[in-house]
Design a protein. Structure first.
Lengths: 318, 349
């Protein structure tokens, strides 16, 4: 993805909600997009397969390539073909994506038959395999269950099975465990990680929770106000969070270990897209006053393979 | 944060004994359906100026405990003594007077604010109902409450929809403080907030406790949040408290297998701190059909688990400085697992 810009109309003009986002998904790796509500992380993921809801619009100059194909140049028919087939989705709340009046087996096999020309019976057998693969015990019996008969964690496994039904290369998981309890969350993250490794899928993990990222992602991009403000391999980012916003996020999170200190929150709150300031978007909340902050900083190198959108990066290097 | 408060008899503000709350399941077959055992014999105390964290996963009954203590819903049995008064036997008028001293703040303050009422009026409501101040003094009191929770006093003339989630939670807190309570039930007050705002609200609650000597029952599912604010923690599972201890004791040396699993599942934002995760197998049993004996026995991974766990409900008893409801709490299931990890890969990964 290169220079993604997505706008929505507001007050008679088009307001950007995603503003120049670029990243690469590597086969067999997990990339995390981290940020607070309204930072544009979910819209970025939807844009990957042109699912930005109208009146939202992907602007000219954006470029998205999936498996060497130009997604933005495709016809509506072609893009429908890659949804699911190349890129599967798992959302936060499985109950809203599952149809309450069809059994789990119907819904998974429907996904399979939408992409592969197989008889219903074969599709059901495949659905059973998929359920087993995502860790559902007694899959044959569960195929006959309706969504309301399942727990939240079980429903999310069904959603993952549906996303897998078209054998995608990329799995986009948008806050997949936010609605789940921690012990269930651990189970679901385990399933996703297992699938990534066993199928060589790329996973784009969208989350607000730095804790989830620490254990699971290969790379992290931190988003703020429609932009990536810091990006690095996970270990590097956690060892050396450099952007003042990333540092502020870390200082805001209560920990289970180490001394208990008063939290040091970022002041103020995330501005809506209509109120993004000029220059550096984090400027009004930043503890550091930089002489150049009235100009928008580009992504600058902090270290090898570690960049941030902050003028401080330029200062610390010759 | 401050060390555990003194807990001699005189400083106890709230004492909950054997609290039980069953819900009759609704519908036309209600008479035949087994009740939902939301809270099944819960006891604890909270001292003046102390925060007790009540932790557990959804459906464990923690919110029901908070609401039943305040008599927002009738208990099935048990007793609650607050400031020396038996809450469940109070008549209408004394209960109203008592409610002023016990307040609650919710996860989503928006749903408890009237969208057509300016927030100044919403904060003043309690002061008026309890006739705490003469009419002319109310506006300045509202202004000082807004300042106390970090909001501009001019916001009194705005409507709830004009505020962000964090600001609404501050309004909810100001509203609770307006009637000068000594005790506040905080029911998942920061769960819906972004992390940067969550930290602001946690700091505010800690400051208010210090300045006003408030006691909190802090209900949450996030152990890291609870550690930040609570002096003691009680862990709930299927309507029972399975372990309770001073916060640092519980986190450093969890004794109940469920507490150990819960702790190991919390994702820590530190790659070096990724411990051996205990991934629990199976789902939470239904509270309308709970397991016999120990409520956790169907998912337990303790190497000593036995027939006794299936038949005999373990009671809270002192083990290594904590109160633990496990027949085999002297042996740490987690440590035993680590020793035999190669033999028993089923429960731990």
């Amino acid at each position: 993805m290169r220079d993604l810009r997505v706008t929505f109309p507001a007050q008679g003009v088009r307001i950007p909600v995603v503003d120049g986002v670029s990243f690469d998904l590597v086969r067999g790796q997990t990339m995390a997009l981290v940020g607070e509500s309204g930072c544009g992380k979910s819209v970025t993921a939807l844009a990957l397969v042109r699912l930005v809801p109208p009146p939202g619009r992907i602007e000219a100059g954006s470029a998205i390539r999936l498996r060497d194909r130009d997604v933005l140049a495709m016809s509506e028919r072609e893009v429908r073909g890659i949804r699911g087939r190349v890129c599967g989705f798992v959302f936060q709340d499985p109950m809203t994506s599952l149809n309450p009046v069809f059994t789990v087996g119907d819904q998974i096999s429907e996904g399979i038959r939408a992409h592969f020309d197989v008889p219903r019976r074969d599709a059901m057998a495949r659905a059973e395999q998929l359920l087993t693969e995502v860790g559902v015990g007694d899959a044959a019996a569960r195929l006959r269950a309706y969504p309301h008969q399942l727990s939240g964690g079980m429903r999310q496994r069904v959603m993952i099975a549906i996303a897998l039904s078209a054998e995608p290369d990329v799995l986009i998981a948008d806050e997949p465990t936010t609605a789940l309890d921690v012990t269930v969350q651990a189970q679901i993250l385990e399933v996703l990680d297992h699938l990534r490794a066993s199928r060589g899928m790329s996973v784009l993990l969208i989350t607000h929770d730095l804790g989830i990222v620490a254990g699971r992602a290969d790379r992290v991009a931190v988003m703020y106000a429609g932009q990536i403000v810091e990006e690095a391999p996970t270990a590097e980012l956690f060892a050396r969070p450099s952007h003042p916003y990333t540092q502020g996020l870390f200082a805001s999170v209560p920990r289970l270990s180490g001394p208990i200190q008063r939290l040091n929150p970022i002041r103020g709150s995330v501005p809506p897209p209509t109120a993004w300031p000029s220059g550096c978007r984090f400027r009004p909340r930043c503890p550091i006053v930089h002489p150049k902050s009235e100009q928008m900083p580009p992504l600058l190198d902090v270290a090898a393979d570690h960049q941030m959108r902050c003028w401080l990066a330029g200062d610390s290097r010759p | 944060m401050s060390p555990t408060a003194e807990r001699d008899g005189s400083s106890v503000l709230l004492r909950v004994t054997d609290l039980v709350k069953y819900y009759r399941s609704g519908g036309m077959f209600a008479a035949k359906a087994p009740p939902v055992r939301a809270v099944d014999g819960v006891s604890f105390e909270i001292s003046r100026g102390e925060t007790l964290g009540l932790v557990g996963e959804s459906g464990c009954g923690k919110s029901t405990v908070g609401r039943t203590i305040l008599r927002l819903q009738p208990p099935t049995s048990g007793s609650v003594v607050f400031e020396g008064q038996d809450v469940f036997s109070l008549g209408r008028e004394p209960l109203r007077a008592l409610r002023r001293r016990m307040q609650i703040i919710f996860q989503d303050p928006y749903s408890s604010l009237n969208p057509r009422m300016m927030i100044g009026a919403a904060i003043a409501e309690g002061i008026e109902i309890h006739r705490l101040l003469p009419k002319h003094a109310i506006a300045s009191r509202v202004a000082s409450l807004l300042e106390e929770v970090g909001l501009d006093p001019s916001y009194a003339r705005r409507y709830p929809h004009e505020f962000s989630g964090g600001q609404r939670q501050r309004i909810g807190i100001a509203r609770a403080l307006a009637v000068e309570p000594t005790f506040i039930v905080c029911d998942e007050p920061v769960s819906a907030l972004d992390v940067s705002v969550q930290a602001q609200v946690l700091n505010l609650l800690a400051d208010l406790q210090q300045q006003r000597g408030l006691s909190y029952l802090f209900i949450a599912h996030d152990l890291a949040v609870v550690r930040q604010i609570a002096h003691r923690v009680a862990v709930m599972y299927l309507g029972h408290i399975v372990e309770t201890a001073a916060t640092e004791t519980l986190l450093a040396d969890p004794r109940h297998p469920y507490t150990q699993a819960l702790l190991s599942a919390v994702p820590e934002p530190d790659p070096a701190a990724q411990r051996n995760r205990i991934v629990l197998s199976g789902d939470l049993p239904s509270p309308s059909n709970p397991p016999s004996g120990c409520p956790f026995h169907t998912r337990c991974f303790h190497p000593l688990r036995s027939e006794r766990c299936r038949t005999e409900l373990p009671l809270l008893r002192p083990v290594h400085g904590s109160l633990v409801a496990c027949h085999y709490a002297e042996v740490s299931a987690r440590a035993a697992l680590a020793d035999t990890a190669s033999d028993e890969p089923a429960a731990a990964r």
